[in-house]
Design a protein around this ligand. Sequence first.
Ligand code: INI
Length: 162
Amino acid sequence: MKTIQGSLIGSGLRFAIAVSRFNELITGRLLDGAVDALTRHDVRHQDIEVYWVPGAWELPLIVKELALSGKYEAIVALGAVIQGDTPHFDYVCAETSKGIAQVSMEQRIPVGFGVLTCSNLEQALVRAGSKSGNKGVDAAIAALEMANLLSQARKTTKGESN
Ligand code: INI
């Protein structure tokens, strides 16, 4: 039996982080968490590029552009969508998540999904570095693991030795 896993060693890997300015109180914390997680796993500061967009709705487009550039082993998408009194929330959440997933699948690049979809600000704060951890950290670590796993899988499926 052969088991293939992605390591959490980030040296030599290049990351783009796309982050939305909407609800920056939250997304700034997600960004800090993501950068901290990557650098703690030996990703160099100069190998991380941060792209700000106006809101979560705009994330799929920049993620697609970054994926197509071929410059990065993985991308992390960060945002915070907080429910209001209208169905706007549902449209933004649905299109953001669908769009990001589509880019990841079509371009075959890991995209860590760090977009919070919360009922209120308190729920978001809890997930942005207080009681329930930091979803920016989780998204960055998932992207790192997947970048290494994909690289392993591509070697293995080409029959190269590891
Ligand atoms: N964008 C967010 O990132 N979070 C939100 O909670 C949000 N709400 O609630 O409206 C939001 N809206 C803006 C949207 O993402 C676009 O930037 C805007 O519609 C312009 O295209």
